[in-house]
Design a protein around this ligand. Sequence first.
Ligand SMILES: [Zn+2]
Length: 177
Amino acid sequence: MYCGDSRGTDIDHFEPINSSPLRTFDWMNHLLACSSCNSNSKRDQFPCDANGTPLLIDPTIDDPYDHLRLILSTGFYRGNTPKGKTTIDVLRLNRGDLQRGRELAFPRCQAMLRDYLRMQDSGNLREATKMLNALQEQPFIGVLHAMFRTAPNPGAEIVLGGAEVLEALKALNFYTG
Ligand SMILES: [Zn+2]
């Protein structure tokens, strides 16, 4: 739910039990997380602003894109709001292994999208479907989501690495422009 690095091994109480005991058994307060995010980064932290509004992005309510921007070329997240900035700090979303993983996931996504398009164009639908499944199941899926979100923007072709990548995103109906 937080870093996108793995399939998750732990159940995190988004609002920690010690500060929100009434949410202990609230289903939407149980988030799948990796042990690194749960035990090493977030732990019992739950920062709020002066009005008591939580400063962590809640993946069950918030759209992370409202608060975070992923710089595709470097793999770094930038916080656009206090909530985004605090989430990056508390969950250490720019820690070295995650940044590097996202940096490498970007060219991998580009290559897979180009391959998908070529298979689709040559009528090899079975292989195209396999490629699509592989694309959707890979770690650091946030990179692919950021690519979809970038596609409608002016100059997206350059940011995304070429016309084929953009065309593949359009073919997948994730293009919203
Ligand atoms: Zn994690």
